[in-house]
Design a protein around this ligand. Structure first.
Ligand code: C2O
Ligand code: CU
Length: 527
């Protein structure tokens, strides 16, 4: 009897697919051996005299054996180290640009004055170093850093310029007894979906991808396809970051087990919330406690993007790939989790009942209300319609022919092709225009809504609370302090402006990076 293993079967399928000239990345991902989950190197600022250095580089990364792709990374070829800074410290940051094109590096969720924020107003030219000096003054949280240069953010992040930034508040966290051994029972997970063609990373520039945001059928975790993590047979803390350009992940475990959600974007919740699934929109973070003391293997999985119509994703697959469709709307296991054997007399797992006392702002203190609508040229009330967007250099006829280009090159130059298609209240972003002025220290209510599809909305320089959704009290998933929120229906945000934007503005924008780049961004200063 011939033993046919699943692996040889898959390899056979792959060989057939390659021979036929059709090789969706799904096959590549299945054909590669499961590989241990890479854990980004941890650089703790306190062990470096509170001086941290990042170097943005171009490089090559083989996501699949023998298939190298042009990528970017910090201190390496793809993604960056996990930086850990501590509440109360002064930290010197240095960002060196060793790439041939300009960049900017934003500390997403970190509260610092606007000139240290790393947005489009702090470009780092090739060969130069940007040195912001910051004072860390906010609760412990899972933050991140990523490229944010004017006109080239989407591609640079897609190609790898992102990493985790952990803010530790040890005094507060110690008593809670949360798992905190980095990479062992406190595990960073950078989730990103990517599009591969014959095993090589591609950044599609077809107008449909630009409209919907770039998505792909392969989900990488910390840069790896098909990863497996060995975890202790006890309580494990997963720090999740949605580092995708556009996809919303609908996360759960393959065996349906529950977990405790303990932290949102800006830090711990008041109490753990037991759940079975959780959505994570681009830019958002969540910390989970998962109990593996039963010793059973499971997998972290994502459902199809819950914010997109299934038909649309099928169509995108077809058009974007020149007919070689990728199943963009499928559910997938993205990380296998295998507990190590449990040692005898292991202590029972304990999830604290209370986490923190949140410092809430009183909504009655709000002095102003503003309406912001995330508009799309095609559907906006004030955007001037599709023709307006196209007339401003949006979709040129030449773009329609080819669906994609290799990373690093690009027929659309620096992703500017959709500029003018997107805006806020109908106005596309302009670097030299200040859209709003807020009074330093004021509390405001921002009513945010959007055209055509859900948009993850992020404000720099603040943390906010969600006050309502579609006129009703927010759902349980909206609790805690946030810096990014998925706007499906009108949301009201309670925002206090405690960080100065005097020498430079702070931006606010949709975190679908193709939308941001297309102009769905504005900026404010404080007076
Ligand atoms: Cu995560 Cu303005 O960015
Ligand atoms: Cu958007």
């Amino acid at each position: 009897m011939t033993a046919i293993t699943r692996r040889s079967l898959l390899k056979g399928t792959l060989a057939t697919a390659v021979a036929a000239g059709v090789c969706p990345s799904r096959l590549w991902a299945q054909a590669v051996e499961p590989r241990p989950l890479p854990i980004p190197e941890l650089i703790d600022a306190r062990r470096q005299g509170n001086a941290l250095a990042l170097r943005a580089e171009t490089g090559r990364t083989a996501f699949f054996p023998g298939r190298a792709s042009a990528t970017r990374g910090f201190n390496g070829s793809y993604l960056g180290p996990t930086l850990r800074i501590h509440q109360g410290d002064e930290v010197e940051l240095a960002v060196t640009n060793a790439m041939p094109d300009a960049t900017a590096v934003h500390w997403h969720g970190l509260l610092v004055p606007a000139e240290s924020d790393g947005g489009p107003h702090q470009p780092v030219e090739p060969g130069s170093t940007w040195r912001p000096r910051i004072r860390v003054d906010q609760p412990g949280a899972t933050l991140w850093y990523h490229a944010h240069v004017h006109g080239d953010t989407a591609r640079q992040v897609y190609e790898g310029l992102a990493g985790m930034l952990l803010l530790a508040d040890e005094a507060k966290e110690r008593d809670l007894g949360l798992p905190s051994e980095y990479g062992v029972d406190d595990i960073p997970l950078v989730l990103q979906d990517k599009l591969f063609e014959d095993g090589r990373l591609v950044y599609p520039v077809h107008p449909l991808f630009m409209m919907q945001g770039v998505r792909g059928a392969t989900v990488l975790v910390n840069g790896a396809a098909n990863p497996v993590a060995r975890v202790p047979a006890g309580l494990v803390r997963l720090r999740l970051l949605n580092g995708a350009n556009a996809r919303v992940f609908d996360l759960s475990f393959s065996d349906g087990r529950t977990f405790h959600w303990i932290a949102s974007d800006a830090g711990l919740l008041e109490r753990p919330v037991e759940r079975r699934s959780l959505w994570l929109a681009p830019g958002e973070r969540a910390e989970l406690l998962v109990d593996f003391s039963d010793g059973r293997a499971t997998a972290l999985r994502t459902g199809p993007d819950p914010t997109l119509a299934r038909g649309m994703m099928g169509e995108m697959g077809m058009m974007g790939m020149g007919g070689r469709a990728e199943p963009l709307d499928a559910a997938a296991s993205i990380l296998a989790l295998e507990p190590r054997p449990r040692y005898r007399n292991a202590p029972p797992v304990r999830v604290p009942d209370r986490l923190v006392e949140l410092e809430r702002v009183n909504p009655a203190k709000a002095v102003r209300r503003r309406q912001l609508r995330l508009t799309m040229g095609c559907c906006g009330m004030e955007g001037g319609g599709m023709e307006h967007g196209m007339a401003r250099g949006g979709m040129e006829p030449g773009m329609m022919g080819r669906g994609m280009g290799p990373p690093g090159g690009g027929m659309m130059g620096r992703g500017m092709g959709m500029r003018g298609m997107f805006g806020i209240n109908g106005r596309p972003f302009e670097l030299e225009r200040i859209d709003l002025t807020v009074r330093f220290g004021d509390t405001e209510i921002w009513e945010v809504s959007g055209d055509a599809m859900p948009h993850p909305f992020h404000i720099h320089g603040v943390h906010f609370e969600v006050l309502s959704r579609a006129g009703s009290p927010p759902t349980i998933a909206d609790q805690g302090m946030k810096d990014t929120v998925l706007v499906q229906e009108r949301v009201e945000l309670l925002v206090r402006f405690d960080w100065p934007a005097v020498n430079a503005p702070f931006v606010y924008h949709c975190h679908i990076l193709e939308h941001e780049e297309g102009g769905q961004m504005g900026q404010y200063k404080t007076v």
